[in-house]
Structure formats: structure tokens, C-alpha cells
Write a new protein. Structure first.
Length: 304
């Protein structure tokens, strides 16, 4: 990430220097009789912030760089995954929502899957956003036995301090480059130079918006911890079919047993049928050959 930052800053400085040289040389050659045109390099060199825009070592840039290099607090992204089982997932979801809301958080996503009719086997998936300051306390409250029985819990923490600092530095550099190009825009001597500077400003502004979006996303992720919560309803006892008794239950069980036995018998018969056909064919051929041999022996004996 550091090498990308250096390459980007070098490219921006090169573009600014090249545009400045072209504009200043064009202005000085376009009006030889004017003394104000020949004094543009001197004014550009003495303007406040000019050194900052071109080489990044002006007083303003020095203060900015010093601020970025100063010790800062770590930026950590906290995430957790929690699975609970309770009597009713829907009721537990409302309880978890109340806990998170009281801590200053909110629900960013919710997905509920209802159970079948008469069975409390619904499932609810929640994505909770909790302020980092109260993250551990909220996680402890959500994991409490009064909320539900904990099935699984995983936690992760990612240090993005360097990434946050790099993005902030890129935003500052891009803003300085745009400011410098806007100054050069008023000194353009030709239409082509004006269009060139405007195009560069448009490109830099698009990159700046992208960097600022990354900056906002990182700020939100480091300010709010994310808890992915899965709530499952407890499946009570055995199914209703196993609770039935009496004549109807016995008849149903016997019918199911007969059906399974018949299916097994037919399956075995189907598997053995090809072998039986081969055996019967061989037996038939043997029987026919034996009868023919017996007739041939009986013929000569009768003639003698």
C-alpha cells in the first residue's frame, strides 16, 4: 500500500509540474509586450500554497504530514457470529433487537424463516451493528441464558490502522492536487490547455470521491462492530406421529411394515430374476439333450 501511495503522489506531482510549465511558457510567449505575463513564474513561486501543490513540502503539507505520522489510536474492525436456540426464535429476535437498540446500535439485515404449521421450528438471521464502545457488553447480554441456549460463538478482530492512515493520506494528496489544478485553470492561455486541465480535474475528482467513499466505509466499520446472529426455535419432543396410540396407530404401523416388507421382497425378486432365467434356460437345454440321448439308446436295443 505504501508503494501505491508513493507512485500516486509522484504521478500527481508530475502532472502538476508539466501543466504548470506548459501554461506559463504559453502565457509568456503569447504576449511579449506585457510585463504581467513574464511575471507569472515569480507570482506562482511566491503564492501561498504553491510550493505545497507542486512538491508537497510547503508549510501546509508539512503540518499535514506531521499529523499523519503522529501516533494515533488503533483502528480495529470487530465481528462476531452467534447462534442461539430458544423456545421461540421470533420472540428472541425482538429481545435481541431491544438489547442492541438500547446500546445505540441498529439492525442492518433480518431474514426470518417460519416453521411449518403447528411446529415451532422457525429460524431468524439478524445482522446487528453495535457501537464499538459497547460491543463486549452487548455480546455478553445476547449470550446470556435468559436470551437463549448458546450453540456457537466466534469472534474476530482485524487491525486496519495502516489502511485507514493510507486512505486518509491519499484523500489529502488528491484534494491538494485538485486545488492546484483549479489555480492553473484560471491561467490557461489556449483552449487546448483549458480542456486539458479541466479533464485532469474531472479525473482527480472522481478518484477523490472513490477514496472518500472508502474512508467513510472504514470509519463506519471501525465505529460499529458487526454481530451475525442466528436464532433457532427448539424442536419439542418427538413428532406427533410417535405420540399416537390405539387401533388406528397399530393398523398404520402394520400397513407400513407390510409395505416395506413387500418392497424389499420385490426388490430381491427383481435382482434374482435374471439369474433364474439363465438357470431355467440351462436346465431346459440339459433336459432336452438327455431325452434325445435316451431315445437314441432305446432305438438300437429294440432293433436287436
Amino acid at each position: 500500500m505504501t508503494s501505491i501511495t508513493l507512485v500516486r503522489r509522484t504521478a500527481i506531482s508530475g502532472v502538476i509540474l508539466l501543466s504548470g510549465c506548459l501554461l506559463l511558457s504559453a502565457c509568456s510567449s503569447a504576449s511579449p509586450a506585457s510585463d504581467s505575463a513574464s511575471s507569472l513564474p515569480a507570482r506562482a513561486a511566491t503564492e501561498p500554497g504553491a510550493g505545497q501543490a507542486q512538491n508537497g513540502f510547503g508549510s501546509g503539507a508539512t503540518a499535514t504530514q506531521t499529523a499523519h505520522l503522529a501516533p494515533v489510536s488503533q483502528s480495529i474492525i470487530y465481528t462476531a457470529s452467534l447462534t442461539l436456540r430458544s423456545a421461540s426464535a421470533m420472540v428472541t429476535a425482538r429481545q435481541a433487537t431491544a438489547i442492541v437498540t438500547a446500546a445505540g446500535g441498529y439492525i442492518s439485515a433480518e431474514n426470518a424463516v417460519a416453521g411449518s404449521a403447528g411446529r415451532p421450528d422457525g429460524t431468524v438471521h439478524l445482522t446487528l451493528k453495535v457501537p464499538v464502545a459497547g460491543y463486549q457488553q452487548v455480546l455478553a447480554e445476547l449470550s446470556a441464558p435468559s436470551v437463549g441456549r448458546q450453540i456457537a460463538l466466534t469472534q474476530q478482530a482485524a487491525d486496519v490502522t495502516e489502511q485507514v492512515a493510507n486512505v486518509s493520506s491519499l484523500v489529502t494528496s488528491q484534494e491538494a492536487a485538485i486545488t492546484a489544478l483549479q489555480r492553473l485553470l484560471g491561467r490557461a492561455a489556449t483552449v487546448s490547455q483549458l480542456l486539458q486541465v479541466q479533464q485532469q480535474i474531472s479525473t482527480d475528482e472522481s478518484e477523490l470521491e472513490s477514496l472518500q467513499a472508502q474512508q467513510r466505509a472504514l470509519d463506519h466499520e471501525t465505529s460499529y462492530a458487526t454481530i451475525s446472529m442466528t436464532l433457532q426455535s427448539a424442536r419439542h419432543a418427538v413428532s406427533a406421529r410417535q405420540h399416537r396410540s390405539g387401533f388406528a396407530a397399530g393398523l398404520g404401523s402394520g400397513w407400513r411394515a407390510l409395505r416395506h416388507a413387500t418392497t424389499a421382497l420385490l426388490t430381491a425378486l427383481g435382482a434374482a430374476l435374471p439369474f433364474l432365467l439363465v438357470v431355467l434356460a440351462l436346465a431346459g437345454i440339459g433336459y432336452a439333450g438327455r431325452r434325445r440321448f435316451s431315445r437314441r439308446r432305446a432305438g438300437p436295443t429294440a432293433a436287436g
